[in-house]
Design a protein around this ligand. Structure first.
Ligand code: ZN
Ligand code: ZN
Length: 135
């Protein structure tokens, strides 16, 4: 019975799965589950590289984070008092959506947007104070 169902890398460990790429038997430690298929270490790399569309579908850019950063950047130049708070609220929505759905990306953008949003609001208020006290 020797060799029939032993791991290819570990001759003393019984195999639990066959690699979907090379059809060799492997033990628990040697196989990786990719999209419901078991792959060995060397086929895993090919499996990942051979499926870029699947990997891209797995993550979605969060639209709210994109909007937030757009508003924040425009707010630096004009309409800061409107776009600043808008960017902050969009960024908060984006952060909530990303927290609920791990497939969404853009957490970094959302954080940046809320920081820029606050800076825009603060600068706008400082601008008002400067104008008022300047008179
Ligand atoms: Zn393999
Ligand atoms: Zn093994």
């Amino acid at each position: 019975m020797s060799g029939a169902s032993m791991c290819r890398n570990h001759p003393d460990v019984s195999a639990i799965a066959r690699c979907a790429g090379c059809a060799e038997s492997f033990c628990q430690n040697c196989v990786v589950d990719i999209g419901g298929q078991q792959y060995c270490a060397s086929c895993k790399i090919m499996a990942i590289q051979g499926k870029p569309p699947v990997m891209e579908e797995a993550t979605l850019p969060c639209k709210e984070a994109d909007d937030a950063i757009k508003y924040a950047i425009i707010g630096i130049f004009c309409f800061g008092i409107i776009l600043g708070p808008l960017a902050i609220s969009k960024a908060n929505t984006a952060k909530k959506m990303i927290a609920l759905n791990p497939r969404l990306t853009g957490a970094g953008k959302a954080n940046a947007a809320s920081i820029i949003g606050w800076v825009v609001v603060v600068l706008w208020f400082l601008g008002i104070i400067a104008r008022v006290s300047g008179r």
